[in-house]
Design a protein around this ligand. Sequence first.
Ligand code: BTN
Length: 278
Amino acid sequence: MAKPPIPLEPRKDSFQHAFKNMANLVFKRLLHFPSLPSTNTYLKGLAKRGEPEGLIVLADTQTKGIGRLERSWYSPPGGLYFSLLVRPMTITANNTPLITLTTGIAIAKVLQSALGLHPSLKWPNDVLLDRRKVAGILVESAFIDNAIEYSVIGIGINVNTTRMDFPESIQNTLTTLQDKLKRVVNLPRLFGYFVGQLEFWYLKLLDKGFKAIEPHYRGLCMTLGKRVIIDLGDVKLTGQAKGLEPDGSLIIQTPEGMKIIRSGDMISSKPNNTVEQS
Ligand code: BTN
């Protein structure tokens, strides 16, 4: 059997250093690896064996990064690839999509406040800059009846890479912070900001519910009010994105009437020709 990967030495690790200086309530432990097949897969393995809420797994690069809809997530060195383990007691299984939406807000807020950028969110899980994808979110959960046993929140952010580091087929769909800012960003510091905001918005979701968060989501979301095409596999649904249901589903007005699309459904929204990084 292949040997398990070895995490980086905590004492010499600048990510651990940035992380330890934070007074976190939820995300208190960090495992940092030079390379993993996928941080989500690794953390799901630990979650299944009873790992408590609050562990983050970070990798400098991934060899089998996973995106939504069974796509792969290309993960060259210079990006941020990490997964966070939560066990939310007050969110029911059918409200799991709210975790994705809340995570998007946290990422966008960091890009705004720490870097002065103007991100937007493409429902349900894309963070865009200038209509190109800069970050993606993959939440994978296990349930016991209508309760969430665990959710692994996987986040991939294109930071100190350039579009040329990615396969040609997706170069026109994505952007990176380095391409946008024309400089390199301090990765450990940026990671610290993300963890701080993720914790803030996660706790707000638990304490106050999505109602308190929704105005922030609406302010950032570029899908609402737009004409969208949703690919449901066998049929394509065309209509106008009217709003959100309390569980985060998208309400679409179609010629046949209102339809509700859950975040789990495949979406290829084409108000602006953006495509998911695959
Ligand atoms: C998507 O937009 O399709 C979601 C991409 C999620 C990628 C991240 S990178 C860290 C974590 N580990 C994975 O294998 N995937 C997620």
